[in-house]
Write a protein that binds this ligand. Structure first.
Ligand code: GLP
Length: 260
């Protein structure tokens, strides 16, 4: 796992956006896995600005979002589809036919989940998966105890995640209890995982994920087994890592050809 520690949230967001831009520049028809939550909002703003300035073309890009709430109709202001429209899709030239989302209103959920997996395969697999991390170490909505081999399926949120996401809904009782999420195995199949974590609230989960035991109790810890995982942090999110100095040393001594 490559761990990049930046002094500020803004610099961590810039690094993340630059890695995404490099991916699209190298492969204009990239398949991107996208994440929601507060953390990537600044990254999407940077990507939208790059597009606005003519420096980034999404016309051949395809996207698959990680997750969606069960039961929210299309256009619901708290749906993740709406979140993506507001922060990215409405601002760049992505073809609507290339945008993919789990459907939280699907009648046959297992069938829909199998079709979502099949659509990822048909697209050629995900080249770059953007990730955040939950306080309890979830990726997508793979809560603690998720199978580390899981595929796209329905999950029940933990009370902590319901609390954490209540700010988007106005109150915790309005947060759906169920979601459809790519599985841990689905995420592990992506060619490059790019996780951004910022703020002190994530420091413990980040340290357990990168330096602790691999365990379903903290699903993000499986990323230690991913052959190409980049973790971008601000100082505060990195505060509980034991080997910070080594990670900085690695970054400072990176061969020129590996730099973004
Ligand atoms: C959300 C999403 C995750 C996200 C995480 C952290 O509920 N399902 O994809 O990474 O929880 O969210 P935030 O960035 O708001 O802290």
């Amino acid at each position: 796992m490559e761990i990049i520690i930046k002094p500020t949230v803004a610099e961590a967001q810039q690094e993340t956006a630059k890695i995404m831009r490099r991916q699209i520049s190298r492969k204009p028809d990239s398949v991107l896995g996208l994440a929601t939550g507060s953390t990537p909002i600044g990254v999407y703003a940077l990507l939208a600005a790059m597009h606005e300035q003519g420096a980034l073309d999404f016309s051949q890009v395809s996207t698959f979002n990680l997750d969606e709430y069960v039961g929210l109709e299309a256009g619901h202001p708290c749906s993740y589809r709406e979140f993506m429209r507001e922060h990215l899709f409405g601002k760049v030239n992505l073809a609507p036919s290339r945008i993919h989302f789990p459907d939280g209103t699907a009648k046959d959920v297992p069938l829909h989940c199998a079709e979502y997996e099949a659509a990822i395969v048909r697209a050629g697999g995900i080249d770059l998966q953007l990730l955040g991390i939950g306080r309890e170490g979830h990726i997508g909505f793979n809560e603690p105890s998720s199978s580390l081999a899981s595929r796209t399926r329905i999950k029940t949120l933990t009370p902590q995640t319901v609390q954490d996401n209540a700010r988007f809904f106005g109150s915790a009782d309005k947060v759906p209890r169920h979601v459809i999420t790519m599985g841990v195995g689905t995420i592990m199949d992506t060619r490059h995982c790019l996780m951004l974590a910022t703020g002190g609230g994530k420091a413990e989960a980040v340290a357990r994920m990168a330096e602790g035991a691999i365990t379903a109790d903290l699903p993000a810890s499986i990323l230690q087994m991913h052959p190409a995982c980049t973790l971008v942090l601000d100082e505060v999110a990195a505060a509980e890592l034991k080997r910070c100095e080594y990670y900085r040393w690695v970054y400072d001594n990176k061969p020129e050809w590996q730099r973004v």
